[in-house]
Design a protein around this ligand. Sequence first.
Ligand code: AMP
Length: 391
Amino acid sequence: MKILSVNAGSSSLKFQLYEMPEEKVLISGVFERIGIDGSLYTIKIDGEKFRKVVPLPNHAEAFRLLTEELLERKIVDDLSEIQGVGHRIVQGADLYDKSIVIDEEVLKNIEDLSPLAPLHNPAHAVGIKAAMEAIPNALQVAVFDTSFHQTMKPSEYLYALPYEWYEDYKVRRYGFHGTSHKYVSMKMNEILERNDTKLITCHIGNGGSISAVLNGKCINTSMGFTPAAGLIMGSRAGDIDSTIIPYVMDKTGMSINDINNVLNKKSGVLAISGISSDFRDIEDAAIAGNERSILACEMYANRVVDYIAKYYVQLGGCDAIVFTAGVGENSPFMRKLIIDKLAVLGIKLDEEANNERGKINKISAEDSSSLVYVIPTDEEVMIARDVLSLL
Ligand code: AMP
């Protein structure tokens, strides 16, 4: 059975088509710059990559081209072979603690939650409508970034703000990257061959979050009401004293939109290094002795360590720390900076293993008090699995 996994962003559409239940990727790709000049798409089949520059006025056109490619390349003889389409949805708030078949009500809820995820949910809704039109016979399923974190208790998800803000406006912590935290924690439990585990999962990429996972369930996570909270990120500030906002608005005359833009797009390691939001550039500069890049790496690692230490205490110990996503999977430099700061807990790195790449890898030393693993994440396969189970 064929299942399509879709991640629609405001100007992009990523997809993977699976043969299930084998979990074999038949074709994957990304449509970029949708609605912007210079749009193009890239597809990958059997390790070969194809790139086409085409006008992409909207997501519907991207879906039309995708279905055309599937038919032309004989990946499917008929679109009805695709029995399910799974959509990554960033914000499901407290409405969904698991994936769900999309009907009119679910689609409306996703749209209604847009104020809580203005960059993501409107694009997801557009993607869903385009998929429904292009592949009308398929079961459409929503897979929420927030679902995995719905097991947090009120003591963890509430802010110490007026209670009516929670009751009337849904102001609370939701957490994100849930599909990834769930995937790597399941993988880690498979490796440990048990589910009664205390795990700290670090999804650190351009965006980043850390979760505390007890017996397979999330008990805390670093992102909050939006994905702007918690860790320092590529261009996001993470946790700050909220009073800075009215103070700087008063000083500069900036609007709330201007401030929001700075907090999301002009802060993080980009702001501190003054060089880039990409950790590869910052690491290179830090290694070459650039002072502000050294500072950015230090601040970044310290914030990660703050959360690991907090969750270590909350979990009452830790069987394994898992690194995943762009930085977590690919940066031995950042992993070492982080793990070396955990020496007081008896957590130790195997430096040689830390320098290996591209696979599930144990990187803790034999005498480390907790295991440390690198596990490449796979949110797309989790989406396909959820669609399969709902089918
Ligand atoms: P993600 O958001 O998970 O796709 O992660 C993307 C980010 O991972 C990039 O912006 C880089 O900052 C970072 N990254 C990717 N490869 C490397 C690498 N080899 N070393 C350091 N950082 C990396």
